[in-house]
Design a binder for this molecule. Structure first.
Ligand code: SME
Length: 152
């Protein structure tokens, strides 16, 4: 993993270990990722409501989105919640099951936060760059989500 991403992981670990509330920690992680990585243009967490099979928008940085509640199975976020695995979409226009937030968004990654085999949240990142998310982004974000799981 590149040094820049290792430094980001150190900062995320410090945020997770801090005395803030869970919501403040999630907001700080969004801010850190948004400010540190130029191709991350919208960074947010959705919280899973498994009883109602839906995702509820939590802390985020970027343009406001109309997608504040997403049913499991709907869009990239909903598919990740159903399949319980990371979704990398290099070109959102090629996806039929996609919920558009802004015409500027070209690619997206969604990483589930898993706790004891169940989904508790998701980290969703949009980019205005086509094919922005590579294997090192996936590795970085999956490690962050393993640590975020400790907050649930
Ligand atoms: N594009 C997502 C919706 C959420 S926004 O990206 C913030 C999707 O298809 O699930």
């Amino acid at each position: 993993m590149k040094d820049e991403f290792k430094k980001i992981l150190d900062s995320v670990r410090a945020i997770v270990d801090s005395d803030k509330s869970r919501s403040e920690k999630l907001a700080s992680i969004c801010r850190l990722l948004y400010d540190s990585i130029p191709h991350y243009d919208w960074v947010g967490f959705y919280l899973a409501d498994s009883e109602h099979q839906q995702l509820i928008l939590g802390p985020f940085i970027g343009e406001p989105t109309e997608h504040v509640k997403i049913s499991f199975g709907s869009g990239i976020c909903g598919q990740a919640a159903e399949k319980l695995c990371t979704f990398v979409v290099p070109d959102v226009t090629a996806e039929s099951n996609y919920l558009a937030c802004s015409p500027k968004v070209k690619s997206e990654i969604v990483v589930p936060v898993m706790k004891e085999g169940k989904i508790v949240a998701e980290l969703d990142i949009d980019s205005y760059t086509l094919d922005a998310f590579k294997s090192d982004d996936k590795e970085l974000l999956e490690q962050i989500c393993r640590w975020v799981a400790e907050l649930f």
